[in-house]
Design a protein around this ligand. Structure first.
Ligand code: LMR
Length: 397
């Protein structure tokens, strides 16, 4: 059975992690995979998480099955975190949340759910988008179409092109949007653009599917959820995939959620029953630990405060690194967009050859697309990265 199988190339993001690990140079810098790093280059366990884990250890009474929807308390609190307590969709009973194995689990189960709704569903994704979006959604059998998102000259959102393209979408098509901190570009929609896209989606009968994996790491917990909240209030149906990997630092605990906003409570109940049946036939139920930690934090005022302080610190540090990198690159080319972009990532807009030179000559790792993880920089490494980048960017191609 196995003899015809060919070895596949490495995953573009996870493969780079391995190549970086194997590089013996002591001054190497990892700007590849999207994990938050502190000044020392470490990805520590957040203090709020450590405390919640300690409390869990003392109070947890069972390891019995948790069920396909995961923990009810977690689901309720994630709904509030995404929408804000008292959001009209919550008050109207239009919101159902299920716990998933990470944001990837949420994305994949949303795709499986969409296939149940309409087997020939088309999903429009931004160009560029996160490298795993297309495998996750296309792998479930959905048709993928792309809409332009990034103006390559200015590395900002090409909103006119995006809107013009989405005019071609048919009623019932799904539009995948990044809730904040667009991955890979860091170029986010502003409030007016969220309003305009909500108008378009409403007028054309499209279904928005928002992936929000970085809430709190762009401008703050509330500001980053602006698009999700607006759409959930104005539109009858919205799908939201969220992740606790980055904002709780729970990467390996695989903690995420899938939220269905439905036209009314009865439709929400039917839709959720379909989703839960799909979950049962895929992985049966999600792992418990990460969600139990998140629930403990969100449900305990002092842990919530501690977590928000830590998250705000991470967000501020990323914004400071953005300004510092943009300043250090100075007149070497226009890199001012780095300061305007939000979240962990920026696209540098340099060629794959220049990316390769940075890797080979300087030990500076980024994705071939020139996406860098800003949070992988530190005040110690930033000057060397900026110098190398200036040198490579200044070479004739
Ligand atoms: C990234 O984009 O680097 C992260 O979301 C990690 C991943 O799984 O790709």
């Amino acid at each position: 059975m196995f003899e015809h199988l060919k070895t596949l190339p490495q995953d573009p993001i996870l493969g780079l992690m391995k190549t970086f690990r194997e590089d013996p140079r002591s001054n190497k810098v990892d700007l590849g995979v999207g994990v938050y790093r502190d000044e020392a280059g470490a990805t520590p366990i957040m203090a709020a998480v450590q405390q919640a884990q300690q409390r869990l250890l003392e109070t947890e009474t069972t390891k019995a099955y948790i069920g396909p929807a995961g923990a009810e308390g977690f689901n309720h609190l994630i709904g509030q975190l995404l929408l804000g307590a008292g959001h009209p969709a919550l008050n109207d009973g239009r919101v159902n949340v299920v716990q998933t194995p990470g944001g990837c689990g949420a994305l994949r189960m949303a795709a499986e759910f969409l296939k149940l709704c309409k087997p020939d569903t088309t999903v429009w994704v931004s160009t560029p988008t996160w490298a795993n979006h297309i495998p996750l959604l296309g792998g479930a059998g959905l048709s993928i179409r792309e809409y332009p998102y990034l103006d390559k000259a200015t590395l900002s959102v090409d909103f006119d092109a995006m809107m013009a393209c989405l005019e071609q979408a048919d009623a019932g098509d799904v539009v995948l949007l990044h809730g904040c901190c667009h991955n890979p570009s860091g170029a986010d929609l502003d409030a007016d653009q969220w309003t305009a896209i909500t108008d378009l989606v409403e007028r054309k009968g499209l279904l928005p599917f928002i992936d929000i994996a970085y809430q709190g790491l762009g401008e703050g917990l509330e500001q980053d959820a602006l698009g999700v909240r607006l759409m959930a209030e104005r539109l009858p149906e919205v799908i939201v995939a969220s992740s606790c990997s980055k904002n709780f630092g729970l990467y390996r605990e695989r903690t995420g959620a899938l939220m269905l906003i439905s036209a009314n409570a009865a439709q929400g109940q039917a839709a959720t029953s379909q989703l839960l049946s799909a979950i049962r036939s895929h992985y049966s139920m999600p792992p418990s630990h990460g969600a139990a930690v998140v629930e403990m934090i969100l449900d305990t005022p002092e842990l919530m405060q501690q977590w928000q302080n830590e998250l705000n610190g991470m967000c501020t540090r990323i914004l400071e690194l953005r300004s510092a990198l943009s300043r250090a690159l100075g007149p070497a080319g226009d890199f001012s967009f780095i300061e305007r972009q939000r979240g962990m990532f920026s696209f540098l807009g340099i060629s794959p050859q220049q990316v390769q030179s940075l890797r080979d000559e300087f030990g500076i790792y980024m994705l071939d697309s020139s996406r860098i993880n800003i949070a992988g920089l530190s005040t110690a490494t930033l000057p060397r990265v900026a110098e190398a980048l200036k040198e490579v960017a200044g070479r004739a191609e």
